[in-house]
Every structure is written in C-alpha cells, then in structure tokens.
Design a protein around this ligand. Structure first.
Ligand code: NAD
Length: 256
C-alpha cells in the first residue's frame, strides 16, 4: 500500500513547476494522495491548472490568502466535495521587492504588515479553517520556512522576521491543535531557484555559499523537500509536531 493512499491534501503555493509546493505535490501524488490546489490570481491559474489537471486533480480554486472570502470559499468547497481533509501544505510568502534589497532598517510599516500577513498570518488563517475538517483523521499541516528566521541573511530582511513569526506560529498551532490529533510542522529548506527566490537580491551568491560551506558540499533539490514533506505528512511522522526540520544539506549547523 502506498504511503498516502486514501489521503486528501490541499496544496497552497504552486506558482509553476519549479515551486517547492509542486515538488511536494509530485511526491504526494506518487504515494497515492488525492490533491486539491489553489492559485493566487488569474495569471498563475494558467500555470497551475494544467499541472493540477495533469495529475488528476478536480479541485482547483483561486485563493489570495489576504482575502478572507477566498479562503472561506476554499474550505467550504473542500468540506462539500471531500467531507474532510488529511493534509494541508502552506508554501506561501511575499514581501515587496524593495524590502528584499534595501537595508532592513528602512522597512516601511506597510511593507512589514504585508510580509507578515501573507507569509506568517496566512498559516494561522488556513490552519483555523482546516482544523475542523481534520478532526478524527490524524491531520497534518506543513509549512515552508528558511534559516533567515534564525540568523541574519543579507537581503532576506523582513522575510526573515516573518519566517521567525511563522516558526513560532507552528509551535503555538501544534500546541492548540495537538489535542485533536493534528500535527503542525515546518520544513526549513535550503535555497532553491524559484519565482519567490527571484525576488531576493543576489540570490545566486546564496547558492554558491551553501555549496561551498554546507557539510554535504552541495545545494538541495526540491524533490528532497518533497520527500521530507512526505515523511511529515504520512504515518512515518506520526509523533512529530511543532518541529522545524532543516532540509539544507546541513548548512544551518555551521558556525564557521
Ligand atoms: P514560489 O514563488 O513558487 O511559491 C511562492 C508562492 O506564494 C506562489 O505560489 C505565490 O502565488 C504564493 N503567494 C504569494 N502571495 C500570495 C497571496 N497573497 N495569496 C496566496 N498565495 C500567495 O516559490 P517557492 O520558493 O516555492 O516558495 C514556497 C515557500 O517556500 C515560501 O514560503 C518560501 O519562503 C519558502 N522557501 C523558499 C526557499 C527558496 O530558496 N526558494 C527556501 C526556503 C523556504
């Protein structure tokens, strides 16, 4: 029997076939899960719909996480079509371009709020609506974070602060939802060339730096994040909650 046979997963955060959420979707699909997808806006729908349909998905919905009505509609549809939910993948982040290149000290109030809303609060917004659908099903929620939450990574700036809030949210959500058997974890991925990464100034040098200094002497592949998500969202991770699992070729352990 496949690892996720009979499981239903809602995937938030596919923009294209380079998205980390897509690598996770492929891993889940290969292990027998049925998937629902959301996309942020019409332009991305053109990318997401063919990918989702290609693996047999029937639920493909718009969802800008800053709009409560769109979030509500997604979970109402999941309840109606599936009756419940086993897995939620949150792979969403956004900050204004200038906030990912200017010094952090220059972050505007509006830029700070936007990054926090889209990149951190959205996990809370999704988890609070997913939880009632996950009861009695050993539900699992997984989000994506980055080491810029723990240490200063030049240019990551406000996104590092948002990821710190996201990781703290993982722990508080794990505490609140644990009694219902729902697990909440984060994967801290090493740098990967994606649409979101293109917004970070001098991203290329992050890749070089990791390949030079990480214990494994290389960068990671998105499919390696997919495999860890599979572990966290299947029975293999049944006693793991509130964790931040690094999938970064070991880069985070280095001091010098
Ligand atoms: P990506 O651009 O493929 O995915 C980011 C997603 O966020 C997109 O699908 C985009 O539509 C979505 N999004 C942005 N604003 C949104 C909104 N208002 N409502 C709904 N969706 C919105 O890039 P990715 O690298 O796959 O990013 C996925 C996650 O992984 C992010 O949380 C990112 O911070 C994290 N991450 C990325 C890296 C990396 O190096 N690429 C490393 C560690 C963590």
């Amino acid at each position: 029997m496949k690892l996720l046979e009979g499981k239903r997963a809602a995937i938030f955060g596919v923009a294209n076939d380079r998205s980390i959420a897509w690598a996770i979707s492929e891993a889940f699909h290969a292990e027998g899960a049925e998937l629902a997808f959301t996309y942020a806006g019409e332009i991305l729908e053109k990318r997401v719909r063919p990918l989702a349909e290609g693996i047999g998905s029937k639920i493909i919905l718009p969802c800008d996480v800053t709009k409560d009505e769109e979030v509500e509609k997604v979970f109402a549809t999941l309840k109606q079509e599936w009756g419940g939910l086993d897995i939620l993948v949150h792979a969403i982040a956004f900050a204004n371009k200038e906030d990912l290149s200017n010094p952090y000290a220059q972050t505007s109030r509006a830029g700070f709020h936007l990054a926090m809303d889209v990149s951190a609060y959205s996990l809370v917004a999704l988890a609070q609506r997913a939880a009632p659908l996950m009861e009695e099903r050993n539900g699992s929620i997984v989000t994506l974070t980055y080491m810029g939450s723990e240490k200063v990574i030049p240019n990551y700036n406000v996104m590092g602060v948002a990821k710190a809030a996201l990781e703290a949210s993982v722990r508080y959500l794990a505490h609140d939802l644990g009694p219902k058997g729902i697990r909440v974890n984060a994967i801290s991925a090493g740098p990967l060339r994606t649409l979101a990464a293109a917004g970070i100034s001098d991203f290329k040098s992050m890749l070089h730096h990791v390949a030079e200094r990480a214990p494994l002497k290389r960068n990671i592949g998105a499919e390696e994040v997919g495999k860890t998500a599979l572990y966290l969202c299947s029975d293999w991770g049944s006693a793991v909650t509130g964790e931040v699992v690094h999938v970064d070729a070991g880069y985070n352990i280095m001091g010098m």
